[in-house]
Ligand binder design. Structure first.
Ligand SMILES: [Zn+2]
Length: 466
């Protein structure tokens, strides 16, 4: 050991090596240089003593829509990553449904350049994998993964744009083969477009076009629109061996199919989202929030299955699917949700929602860390540089106040859209300090990082399975 360090974070509860450590996180040049046991403080330029407060790895959010470029009236890379920093997130991976969609190397490079000028946290990009011939070049250019929507919007053209969707099975198979050859992971929005069109037509006739009709149409046939997409992709995975990551899992049968695939040792991982765990998991919420929580209604029994997958370890990551839209865009949805965009903002608040659930004894803090930091870092090929507090890792840390009693207000958020489906919700537990590569980037909700200080990260190697 040779001092002095740049920064020491002192706590009696530092999460490392699967347990809680009493000591110091010693930081030099943005990385964790050492974990030093409690005792006399080693020499350091700065010391932050947080007492009993928990120190956990910075969160890694593998699924965010930052709307930049093309839809920056909703959010942009600066505003979205400012909200991330305030919420304890130190690395984000944004989705390719922007204009232009990032399905060529040239577009990918331009996307990263734009993001690098604005981001406050470290970032990678999930490239659009719709053009099989472009996939290898995109991997070489540094894509984290490939995203394909199996869904194309009906009656609107965003957020499921034609250029980001593939429902043709032959093309999907070719995409799986190409992604498999890169060793990266294919992220799929599972969906059956033909069944969705059928159920949508029926819903319009039976219920009209309001938010209730939209919510029910999605879940017609007990979730078959989703389950058919999941089943299709599991067969594609079997045929090609691609690393498959299924997004926003929320059906009982979907979880069953995935458990069977995992038991067979196949390369399948799944994502859960805060909305299905905390927001759209009751019909009352749909009635009260309407377009401001849709997206996707998750009926109670299916939400219970999502909680089960969260607690028992059969789900792999929690990602926000942070999906901001303006109030004007959402307001249309009360009467015509088919013309209003789905999704809602989340990145600043999901850690706090999970901490509140930990306080309510619905899951453990260790499981939150696994689902929101360690496993996402593995999924993206960044482990152990991200997602863990250990020597050699980037010094990305979040300090928690598990006792903070507070009320969510959009006015206190950094979302450009200026609203949240969580407005007025009382929570216990909050992130109170965020450190990114050794720099304090947020303290008590105030964000201190400069735009452009976040760095582009690319997979360290072929992504190991969580
Ligand atoms: Zn999404």
């Amino acid at each position: 050991m040779s001092g002095p360090y740049d920064l020491l974070v002192r706590s009696r509860r530092i999460y490392s090596s699967g347990g809680w450590f009493d000591g110091y996180v010693a930081v030099r040049d943005g990385r964790i240089a050492a974990l030093v046991a409690a005792g006399p403080a080693p020499a350091s330029h700065d010391v932050i003593d947080v007492g009993d407060r928990h120190v956990i790895p910075g969160l890694v959010d593998t699924h965010v829509h930052l709307r930049d470029p093309g839809f920056t009236h909703k959010e942009d890379f600066e505003t979205g990553t400012r909200a991330a920093a305030a919420g304890g997130v130190t690395t984000v991976f944004d989705m390719p449904n922007v204009t232009p969609p990032t399905n060529t190397v040239e577009r990918f490079r331009a996307h990263v350049e734009n993001a690098a000028a604005k981001s406050l946290v470290d970032f990678g990009h999930n490239a659009s994998g719709t053009i099989p011939e472009e996939i290898r070049g995109l991997a070489e250019a540094g894509a984290t993964s490939f995203k394909v929507f199996m869904m194309t919007d009906i009656g609107r053209d965003y957020p499921h744009m034609p250029g980001t969707a593939v429902s043709d099975h032959a093309t999907l198979l070719r995409i799986c083969e190409e992604v498999a050859a890169t060793g990266l992971t294919l992220y799929i929005h599972p969906h059956d477009q033909a069944l969705y069109e059928l159920y949508t037509q029926r819903a319009w006739q039976e219920w009209g076009r309001d938010f209730r009709s939209y919510a029910r149409a999605w879940r017609s046939g007990d979730g078959i629109i989703l389950d058919s997409g999941i089943a299709t992709m599991l067969e594609m995975q079997r045929a090609t061996g691609v690393r498959l990551h299924l997004l926003h899992m929320s059906t009982i049968h979907g979880f069953e199919m995935v458990r069977a695939a995992k038991e067979a040792g196949r390369a399948v991982t799944i994502e859960l989202n805060p909305f299905s765990l905390f927001v759209t998991n009751t019909w009352d919420a749909i009635e009260q929030l309407g377009p401001y929580c849709l997206g996707m209604w998750v009926p109670e029994a299916h939400a219970a299955a999502a909680w089960e997958a969260l607690v028992d370890g059969s789900a792999d990551v929690i990602a926000t699917d942070h999906s901001p839209h303006t109030k004007e865009e959402k307001e249309v949805g009360w009467t015509d949700m088919y013309a209003a965009p789905g999704g809602s903002p989340m990145i600043q608040h999901y850690l706090a929602l999970l901490l509140d659930a930990v306080n309510a004894k619905r899951l453990t803090l260790e499981r939150v860390i696994q689902m929101c930091a360690a496993n996402p870092a593995r999924l993206t090929g960044l482990y152990p540089r991200k997602g863990v507090i250990a020597p050699g890792a980037d010094a990305d840390l979040v300090v928690l106040d598990m006792d903070r009693d507070w009320v969510v207000r959009a006015a206190d958020s950094y979302y450009k859209c200026g609203w949240t489906p969580l407005e007025g919700r009382r929570l216990r537990g909050a992130p109170v300090l965020t450190v990114r590569r050794g720099a304090v980037i947020a303290r008590d909700g105030e964000v201190l990082a400069d735009p452009g200080s976040g760095r582009f990260v690319r997979p360290l190697r072929v992504a190991p399975q969580p």
